[in-house]
Design a protein around this ligand. Sequence first.
Ligand SMILES: Nc1nc2c(ncn2[C@@H]2O[C@H](COP(=O)(O)OP(=O)(O)O)[C@@H](O)[C@H]2O)c(=O)[nH]1
Ligand SMILES: [Mg+2]
Length: 234
Amino acid sequence: MPEYRDVDISAFPPGWPHKSYLNTECILTARMGILAFINIKNREIQAKIVYYGPGRGGKTTNLEQIYKIFRERIPSEMVSIKTHGDRTLFFDFLPFEVGKIKGYNVRVLLYTVPGQVKYDATRRLVLKGVDGVVFVADSLAVQRERNVQAFQNLQENLAAYRKDIAQIPLVIQYNKRDLADKGIPLISVEELEADLNSVCRAPPIPASALTGDNVVLTLKKIISLTMTSLQKSL
Ligand SMILES: Nc1nc2c(ncn2[C@@H]2O[C@H](COP(=O)(O)OP(=O)(O)O)[C@@H](O)[C@H]2O)c(=O)[nH]1
Ligand SMILES: [Mg+2]
């Protein structure tokens, strides 16, 4: 069992970290999130959960809600790094204590990835050492193709680490369901299931990250799947 995961800072995409974000806290935080897995001495397991999906689908909004709801259980600030002049977040960092497995304290680190196509290198880097994935699909009818592309991209980037999307703990969240009330055309849950979930059969969760609906359920589900999977490998 490796005691550390390595991260190659030189593999970060060009332009990152932008000079103004170059402070030790962020880099140290990034390193802590990716480096430490099982710390035998401290008896601590770090589980890494990544929120993945198309740009503007609601990944950051999910984490912001979690941060608000569990503020008192989160010992650190959420770190969000915007890529230069762009709305895309590099990642968010969010530790969340969830109890023990076989005497080990468990700490969950939550990340988002940038959704835009051009940030593929960043997405791949954030996926390194991932233990569980929440795929946040955008229910907007106009985003149908982009959901499928992002899911395909997730599959490819996991495969680069020899991880099978059908094997990794995975929850698929169908986000923005609140927009149905506003008369905005949405993809039905059945269509989303057929597009994205016919092979993996991951737990599907309709949600609204904006209103907070099923945000905690999504988190609990992925933590539970991830813990079960880690328990087996311990
Ligand atoms: N109506 C609605 N808007 C949402 C929901 N989730 C996110 N948004 C909005 O969609 C936009 C993109 O969300 P963001 O979390 O930044 O997406 P990300 O690129 O996946 O991180 C923002 O304007 C959010 O307020 C939702 O459940 N319902
Ligand atoms: Mg984001």
